[in-house]
Design a protein around this ligand. Sequence first.
Ligand code: TEU
Ligand code: CA
Length: 553
Amino acid sequence: MSTDFRKSTVYQIYPKSFCDTNKDGLGDLRGVIKKLDYMKELGVDYIWLTPFFVSPQNDNGYDVEDYYNIDPRYGTMEDVEELIAEGKKRGIGLMFDMVFNHVSTRHEWFRKAMEGDPYYKDFFFFRKGKDDGAPPTNWESKFGGNAWEYVEKFDEYYLHLFDVTQADLNWDNENVRREIQKIVRFWMDKGVRGFRFDVVNLISKGVFEDDQTGDGRKYYTDGPNIHKYLKELHDMTFGTDAEILTVGEMSSTSIENCYQYAGADTGELSMVFSFHHLKVDFMGNEKWVLVPADFAKLKKIIFEWQTKMAEHNAWNAVFWCNHDQPRVVSRFGDEGRYWKESAKMLGTVIHCLRGTPYVYQGEEIGMTNTDFAEISQFKDVESLNHYEILQNKGLSASDALRIVQIHSRDNGRTPMQWDDSAYAGFTSADSKKPWIGVNGNYPRVNAASQLADPDSIFRYYQKLIALRKEVDVIAFGDIEPLAESHPSVFAYRRTYEGHELIVAANFYGRECSWKSAPDLSGFKKLIGNYSEGSVPYNGKWTLKPYETQVWYK
Ligand code: TEU
Ligand code: CA
């Protein structure tokens, strides 16, 4: 395991969909333990697990009822302790997912607030409505509808930026911040080696005013005390252990704020997830539409974050996939004819960037979007809400379904495809049905067949992860964008102590040529996704469909 996070790779697990060991159709912690050797084989340094704390599961665990105990559906505290210990034996550190912007309305704090206890009411945002009884502001919940819920017995509303069962915590209350520090220290004492902080740039709310031009996000995103609260959390908890890796999930953030969040010397976090590059198939901020991915924009955004974060000595988490995103091979690649080539190409582009790469379960075997044909197969609260909202706006049921099929978070949540046995080996044949449907392509797309194939996507990811450890320019180098205005090539140069790396990728299913490519004399090819790709010469480079090549000097 590398404790230098610049050489590390993180593997993300959504436990509910990873591996089920007790036949109830839900993935569990013993399933993660069972598969540790698989992750070891891949070569990752950390595993980030999405939440498995006690929760009613309205948002699959992002609605936490008790941060100190394990939801019995996932396992027990003994399982967690064993997982941490078994990970350690294999040189893999465990990262837990801390959801501190909100708690489940079943959390003790919220229940006491609802009993009228003023100490706990101040843990949340209870506010009077407008004179006409309307909610305090016109802000929208990220999952659809107004962000305030009326409580009759107080004649007040409480704020929920996400589901109505996820009440926002009032970080301006010092007692809230102290409780949160206690939780982080509790898990540090158990041996947890990293934390991912859910939507952590939304914790500092500003003024409560109507948003005349948007959905309200400008009032609470990167809010007034955000840096103060993060520095305090750092100083009181993980800041005491320099080896703990932290990553903040930054919703609709600005790059200027991220210089601070993830600066080398700012005393906040190790790195940030930002999402601007994953909105290139949205219309502005509107996700529930169908528009083709804008490749020029994708390059522009990634290059801007790469170069500016480097200029400010700040660090990015680099990724295509997580449990909230569609599968990248379906999104920016080709899940049909060039499935393997495009999956490898997309992996290369991310893994050679300046930042810490994150691999989301199944990405390393090229898992694709779901094949769900009916709305009843979808489980995610966000998808189901927006399916209704789209129809209320006048769309037909089939048009609404088409949008959900493309954008649903459930695309990333179907069971991990381990082998070609029943239920893809996620659970056993005599188990209860998995909580969400298995993708029908599992006989072709699965881990077992790829472990047996030296040319598989899995073996290719394994090589990318190893290269980051072996080749310093990948971990430490500066970055310079290349081919910036080329319509189909994504290319960049990395440099470090006299060494150079050139990465080039064709993002399309047509052969293309890159005319002003750099001179490669003295370089050797490090990795590529075609066995006999054309060797560039005289500054002209021909790239086959979805071809990628990486050259090193
Ligand atoms: O996500 C935050 C978030 O804003 C996105 O999931 C967002 O809902 C989606 O991209 C909008 O289209 C985090 C978690 O990753 C997510 O799973 C949780 O549902 C959410 O916070 C609430 O805790
Ligand atoms: Ca189970």
